[in-house]
Design a protein around this ligand. Structure first.
Ligand code: CAA
Length: 379
């Protein structure tokens, strides 16, 4: 059993940290306030290899392992959780599935520009009436022989307004239930594909979230990913890895809040001494650090299992469940340690507390993670 990171891991971690501190940090508060999508920053992330980290270099990716991905996600999200989710969706929900299940033509046409960061991807599973209950897909992909005709609505779509390539999950054969669902590649600008207004969110406000409408969108059969009826399994298998990405995002938010609280406790004085000298603060920091470490161990274990080719579905659910809960707790404590300053924008921790909440909701709520874990331990 080895707990040390390799030289390469440390280099990737440092590279992500430098990028986050030099490029993302200066505009993080402004982008949160104005809900500005970090287009230029995402372009740079693509150039640095952060948008297709685990993709084979022959398709333009970085050929890195999932541990490297977790480390980079943590560093990026420690500074800017919005950039973190943009990166996570592209890497684990779009590139991963295309590489694993796509045809060679799909990989050349879609994966290469996504992995190199020239194009951005979105993953479209959720619907107004199919959130946690994801098998209840209403969006229809009618089989028209040589193509599908897609009609329906998707919502809560991360990257929805800025993506170029959308993986859309839709029902083809209702009688077959979840085995009658397909995953289709739809491109921005296709006739009948409309992008609705941007949601005004509590957190991760610099990432964009939209409702999408499909009205008689014609999708050629060669744009189906995987076998006929594989779409739901495609989504579930993809989300197993996505949950590692969101756990890593939660680790990053935890790290950002913990570091800021620790540093603040060394300079802020109360009752004649720096507040770090008060046991009330020491105990909070000790708990925060311990929980961050525990969440890290779970997340790195899930990443390691994936890299070994072993089953990681339960471990990724555990990692996301625990890391997101930790992010909520640690960000709240960081605000508390900052007192009144924690409640205002310039100290960053109030943004981190708002950003943390979504990690308990998207890519499967905490309740869904418990379903996944319970089913695996009770089967
Ligand atoms: N991995 C692989 N397969 C899985 C799976 C997993 N984690 N969970 C379920 N499946 C498979 C089951 O094995 C089953 O297949 P078989 O019938 O062939 O055995 C099939 O999927 C259906 O599963 P269930 O019968 O268990 O279905 P269910 O309706 O009882 O529950 C669920 C399924 C686990 C609750 C599932 O619907 C689920 O995960 N819901 C949450 C969806 C989700 O995570 N949405 C996030 C949206 S994406 C997002 O947030 C992206 C973003 O923009 C940031």
């Amino acid at each position: 059993m080895h707990f040390e990171l390799t030289e390469e891991h440390l280099m990737i971690q440092q590279g992500a940290r430098d990028f986050a501190e030099n490029v993302l940090a200066p505009t993080a508060i402004e982008r949160d306030e104005t809900q500005r999508f970090p287009k230029e920053e995402v372009r740079q992330m693509g150039e640095l290899g952060f948008m297709g980290m685990m993709v084979d270099p022959k398709y333009g990716g970085g050929g890195m392992d999932t541990i490297s991905y977790v480390l980079a996600m943590e560093e990026i999200s420690a500074v800017d959780a919005s950039a973190g989710v943009i990166m996570s969706v592209n890497n684990s929900l779009v590139c991963w599935g295309l590489e694993k299940y796509g045809t060679e033509e799909q990989k050349q046409k879609y994966l290469v520009p996504l992995a190199t960061g020239q194009k951005l991807g979105a993953f479209c599973l959720s619907e107004p009436e199919a959130g946690s209950d994801a098998t209840s897909q209403r969006t229809e992909a009618a089989d028209m022989g040589d193509h599908y005709l897609v009609n329906g609505t998707k919502n809560w779509i991360t990257n929805g307004g800025n993506a170029d390539i959308y993986l859309v999950i839709a029902q083809t054969d209702r009688e077959k239930g979840h085995r009658g669902i397909n995953c289709l590649i739809i491109e921005r600008g296709q006739e009948g594909f409309f992008i609705g207004p941007k949601e005004h969110k509590m957190g991760i406000r610099s990432s964009d979230t939209h409702t999408l409408q499909f009205s008689d969108v014609k999708v050629p059969k060669e744009n189906r990913v995987g076998e006929e009826g594989f779409g739901f399994k495609f989504a579930m298998n993809t989300l197993n890895g996505g949950r590692i990405g969101i756990a890593a995002q939660a680790l990053g938010i935890t790290k950002g809040a913990f570091m800021r609280a620790r540093d603040y406790s060394k300079v802020r004085k109360a009752f004649g001494t720096e507040i770090m000298n008060h046991q009330a603060i020491q105990f909070k920091l000790a708990d925060m650090n311990t929980e961050w470490e525990a969440a890290r161990m779970l997340t790195l274990k899930a990443a390691w299992l994936k890299d070994q080719g072993l089953d990681y579905s339960t471990q990724s659910a555990m990692a996301k469940l625990y890391a997101s809960k930790t992010a909520m707790k640690v960000t709240s404590e960081a605000v508390q340690i900052h007192g009144g300053n924690g409640y205002v924008q310039e100290y960053h921790v109030e943004r981190m507390m708002r950003d943390a909440k979504i990690t308990e909701i998207y890519e499967g709520t905490s309740e869904v993670q418990r379903i996944v874990i319970a089913r695996s331990i009770l089967k």
